[in-house]
Design a protein around this ligand. Structure first.
Ligand code: BMA
Length: 320
């Protein structure tokens, strides 16, 4: 499979372990936004020993940029959670709402996977506003209140009721204050995505266009016959990036979607020495004044990459 022909990929990753001034092995699944005149990236760092394929833990690092392509990495990680209950925080996504920067993140705990939402002014101190019930993750906040409420996309994991398979769908919730969440609605089910035989989930936080909220999602296909495809003895999943358009007033309504993958792993630099090959995981999307959309995505759970496309062409994919 190939990425859509409207996608232009930078011919190298934007960030790899070699750019990080502290222990880093896998740099991927970053959240990216524009904040106070700069591009800001928070990225997942699974640290350990890359050459020997040993992973020891996870933290979240910080990088800034003037052009969204060349990044300066802060001297130490900016966020990590670990205590008796919490094992790690990962897969951050950034959204600016009314000039304030929010970070959604996933949390592995001894009693399940949770989705957290924090805010920060300096990327050194974070106020945590809420942590969901398990199992839920892949949260992404919309960049403004909708109908007076903070609004997030998310992906709960109902294993028992979905016959113990990973048949997980994209949902939406709203909150008056980022702490109390309700008004839960299904946005789209796995059955609506032709390139999914497993699960889907929100990807980068949506961007606003005249035609609707434009948003990426990830979709997983299982290839059970496949064996080694990365560091592990068996890795049978492929993650693709998809694109859809949600109604501006009620984003639980899908008003357009592209029925083929927008982004797939199709470049050597995305998979070289990759931990889990065939994985695309978009976490940041920026609409520039020129109409260019920057999509930042983790590739092979190993490096962070950048693709661009024209906003009108992305909308056209969803509506035609
Ligand atoms: C998901 C998450 C992501 C990861 C993906 C592929 O379940 O853990 O962080 O990129 O699997 O390994």
């Amino acid at each position: 499979m190939k990425s859509s022909s409207i996608i232009k990929k930078l011919d190298r990753p934007v960030l790899t372990r070699k750019d990080i001034p502290y222990n880093a092995a896998l740099i991927f699944n970053a959240g990216v936004t524009k904040y106070n005149g700069k591009y800001v990236m928070v990225f997942r760092n699974d640290y350990g020993d890359f050459e020997n394929h040993v992973l020891k833990g996870t933290n979240i690092g910080l990088a800034t940029s003037d052009d969204g392509i060349s990044w300066s990495v802060a001297p130490k990680p900016c966020f990590a959670l670990e205590d008796d209950e919490i094992q790690r925080a990962y897969d951050p996504r950034l959204t600016v709402i009314d000039g304030k920067c929010y970070m959604c993140f996933a949390v592995d705990t001894k009693h399940g996977l949770r989705g957290g939402i924090a805010s920060t002014e300096d990327f050194a101190h974070f106020d945590i506003h809420s942590m969901s019930l398990p199992d839920n993750r892949n949260m992404a906040l919309f960049p403004e209140k909708i109908g007076g409420y903070f609004t997030r996309l998310e992906r709960p994991m109902p294993v028992y009721s979905r016959r113990h398979r990973d048949t997980f769908d994209i949902w939406m919730s709203q909150s008056p204050d980022l702490e109390f969440w309700g008004r839960h609605k299904l946005v789209i089910g796995t059955e609506s995505i032709p390139f999914c035989n497993d699960k889907i989930g929100p990807a980068a936080p949506p961007v606003k266009t005249e035609k609707g909220w434009l948003t990426t999602f990830h979709s997983v296909m299982l290839y059970p016959e496949r064996e080694k495809n990365g560091w592990e003895n068996k890795w049978i999943k492929a993650y693709y990036g998809g694109i859809m358009l949600l109604d501006l007033d009620d984003p639980s309504k899908v008003i357009g979607k592209y029925d083929e993958p927008l982004l797939v792993c199709d470049r050597d630099f995305e998979e070289e020495d990759g931990f889990r090959k065939d994985v695309i995981f978009p976490g940041g999307m920026i609409l520039e004044d020129s109409g260019e959309v920057k999509i930042y995505y983790g590739a092979s759970d190993t490096v962070e990459c950048l693709a661009t496309a024209d906003v009108n062409e992305l909308i056209k994919l969803c509506t035609e």
